[in-house]
Design a protein around this ligand. Sequence first.
Ligand code: HEC
Length: 105
Amino acid sequence: MRSFIGVLSVVALSAVLAAAADHPGKVSFDKSCKACHAADGAGNPGMAKMLKVTMRSLGSAEVQKASDADLKKAITDGTGKMKPVAGLTGKQADDLVAYIRTLKK
Ligand code: HEC
């Protein structure tokens, strides 16, 4: 019985991990955003220094209080020192917004 439960929890855990890895927004994030924003959205200090800007963590309350439309606009139109991210479909931008929501602290 115990080993059965053990197997079950391994299955459940891998399902959770696979779900996290498969977030469609994560694929785009890793490709188009991670270099500047870091994997967890906290921001790459080297990039912030180079651009002479304070990068807020994407999971922070300040960023999370923005509406989905505002976040999408930041991605497609740029914001402050961040240039618009080119080559994204509307669906990819929506997925990215959904992914940013998962970074909430
Ligand atoms: C070349 C580096 C770079 C890339 C690539 C980049 N960003 Fe940014 N991003 C920045 C910087 C720098 C800021 C802060 C801009 C400012 O405040 O002047 C920022 C700000 C933001 C903000 C607003 C945060 C706030 O403080 O309100 C969002 C949302 C965001 N980025 C999302 C993304 C997403 C999603 C991607 C990928 C599709 C992405 N960024 C790609 C550099 C980058």
